[in-house]
Design a binder for this molecule. Structure first.
Ligand code: DC
Length: 236
């Protein structure tokens, strides 16, 4: 299915809990329908990596908010289109940081970075710029509520914390990371807590989002479901 100019381009917002599989779904949908894919979580992760590298994290793992806020104009995030590996790469000030931003150190610090209002404001503006011409699939936590409240298709993905930790552990182990289920599970639960209780743009289902509990669905079943919703909304 390829998009042509006379077809109505829409914005697809896919929100949900960490490791719910939303990035995989979003990336595949974009590839199938010829849309741009943006992983908004990768942008928060890139800012977190910048903070770690530039002494903006205290020894007791608190973010030096004032320093990070002041440095925001120096943080430039972009994406390099997927190459042979089929993976889009996140660029931080011109450096490919795709692998580094998936590390446990970044994962443990990204939620406290994502509560900082100035960080959210800057990344939200950048995300809205990416969507200016529509034809975009973006996944995250606040895409359907804050970034694109008028998105034509909004999906809210959920699955139990145990299921999500199992998926994340598999992903990390396959990459060669040495982590335990307990560590990954604790990280998933803690991120859920921070993401849903923060003051600015907390993770919540938009009133007009369609909920998808994918705990018992195979990747191909999920894609089938999503393509169907996409066709309904885009008129393809
Ligand atoms: O999707 P992810 O796990 O890579 O996201 C990393 C973190 O970024 C997550 O803990 C919450 C934050 N985030 C956010 O606050 N808003 C978004 N739109 C996307 C991610």
């Amino acid at each position: 299915m390829n998009n042509t100019d006379d077809q109505k381009k829409i914005i697809v917002a896919i929100d949900g809990y960490s490791s719910s599989g939303k990035s995989t779904m979003a990336r595949e949908l974009a590839a199938r329908v010829g849309y741009v894919y943006v992983d908004s979580g990768a942008m928060y992760r890139a800012v977190t990596l910048y903070a770690i590298r530039n002494g903006m994290v205290t020894p007791d793992k608190k973010i030096r908010t004032a320093l990070l806020t002041a440095a925001l104009p120096d943080i430039h995030i972009s994406f390099r289109p997927a190459g042979d590996d089929g993976v889009q790469h996140t660029m931080l000030n011109g450096e490919d940081v795709e692998k580094l931003i998936r590390d446990m150190e970044v994962s443990n610090l990204v939620s406290p970075v994502a509560v900082i209002p100035d960080v959210r404001e800057r990344l939200t503006a950048l995300q809205q710029e990416f969507g200016i011409n529509k034809g975009i699939v973006m996944d995250g936590r606040d895409i359907g509520t804050t970034v694109f409240p008028d998105a034509e298709l909004k999906v809210f993905v959920c699955a139990s914390p145990e299921e999500r930790a199992r998926r994340r552990l598999k992903e990390m182990t396959e990459k060669g990371d040495d982590v335990t289920f307990e560590e990954v599970f604790a990280n998933v639960v803690e991120r859920d807590r921070i993401d849903t209780t923060r003051e600015v743009s907390p993770l919540r289902k938009a009133d007009d989002a369609i909920e998808l509990d994918n705990g018992a669905m195979s990747p191909s079943e999920q894609m089938e479901w999503l393509l169907q919703r996409f066709k309904e909304r885009s008129g393809l």
